[in-house]
Design a protein around this ligand. Structure first.
Ligand code: NDP
Length: 296
């Protein structure tokens, strides 16, 4: 069997086009422009690339982008003061603080200072609780992107066995919650899981969010299963730097029914879902209908 490739780049372009259409409509019908504020502390090169890309895509879908680049030595009090200012700003519907933050800043404190309804990353403890209890939440972008691709491929996920490998707060745990909410039978595997190969072999859906290059071989995959590879790992191959996922693509694609590639799978969906979340936040803030198909 050769798996169908789930093209995340094309899917993300479709999501962005839908977002842009809603934004145009919102502007025309209500005179409202959704706005996303991104806060970057310090000069980490990878974070700078992400922030630039987020800003560019925000503007491309017709939203306002507010970038706040702060010095690496910015104090926690100054960062919290900026967040308070953004919380109070009616032109800002989404706030994202680029992680990781440097050691002198308390990440939990900073994230939990963002107004729940503007927390477009979905990391605020209130949003975590709302998601866990099946209430209307802001949902973390990467798992939301995975869910959209899974729903698109399967239609209903009800009754399917899903194994999520990884239990981080940003991917593994919210992914498990979302799959549970869509009535999958969910198992979360992690570094202490016994006989992980056997656990994964029972899955109709495998979501790998580990951060270990090509850890999942094809013989862990049930024939016909759907494999969502969240991992982004930089390795050297034949003297060249390449990006690979947490799954061994060639052997998994030979067994799976469908698989996301790395790059070009989950990665592009993350920013597309950030824009979708900003649109949702703006619609909720203004008492408008939420965009269909762009939320969990
Ligand atoms: P974390 O390091 O926070 O979590 C990794 C998880 O993997 C942990 O729960 C850990 O278990 C588990 N793990 C580690 N080793 C093993 C093992 N040998 N067997 C089973 N489980 C293991 O990573 P993130 O969740 O933040 O990210 C995971 C990957 O996804 C990374 O490659 C990251 O770059 C990528 N990523 C991609 C995004 C995208 O946009 N495509 C967005 C976010 C992340 P334990 O808890 O027991 O330590």
């Amino acid at each position: 069997m050769t798996a169908q490739i789930i093209d995340g780049k094309a899917f993300a372009a479709k999501v962005r086009a839908q977002v842009a259409q809603h934004v145009a409509q919102m502007k025309q019908a209500h005179g409202i422009t959704p706005g996303l504020a991104v806060v970057l502390v310090g000069e980490d090169p990878a974070s700078q690339v992400y922030v630039r890309s987020k800003g560019k895509q925000t503007v491309e879908v017709g939203m306002n982008s507010f970038e706040h680049k702060l010095d690496a030595r910015t104090s926690e009090a100054d960062l919290l003061a900026l967040i308070a200012q953004l919380n109070a700003d009616p032109a800002v519907h989404g706030i994202l603080v680029q992680l990781p933050l440097s050691g002198h800043l308390n990440e939990d404190l900073v994230i939990n200072a963002i107004a729940t309804e503007k927390d477009v990353d979905g990391f605020h403890i209130s949003n975590v609780g709302l998601l866990a209890t099946g209430q209307k939440a802001m949902v973390p972008c990467t798992p939301l992107g995975c869910l959209m691709m899974l729903r698109d491929h399967h239609g209903s996920l009800s009754g399917l066995n899903a194994v999520v490998i990884g239990r981080s707060n940003i991917v593994g745990k919210p992914m498990a919650q979302l799959l549970l909410r869509d009535s999958c039978t969910v198992t979360v595997a992690h570094s202490r899981t016994k006989d992980i190969a056997d656990v994964v072999r029972g899955a109709d859906i495998v979501v790998a969010a580990v951060g270990r290059a090509e850890m999942v071989p094809g013989d862990w995959i049930k024939p016909g299963a759907t494999v969502i590879d969240v991992g982004i790992n930089r390795i050297e191959r034949d003297g060249k730097a390449v990006l690979v996922g947490d799954c061994d693509f060639a052997s998994c694609a030979a067994v799976a029914g469908a698989i996301t590639p790395v790059p070009g799978g989950v990665g592009p969906m993350t920013i597309a879902c950030l824009l979708a979340n900003t649109l949702t936040a703006c619609a909720r803030a203004n008492g408008l209908d939420e965009p269909q198909g762009l939320t969990a």
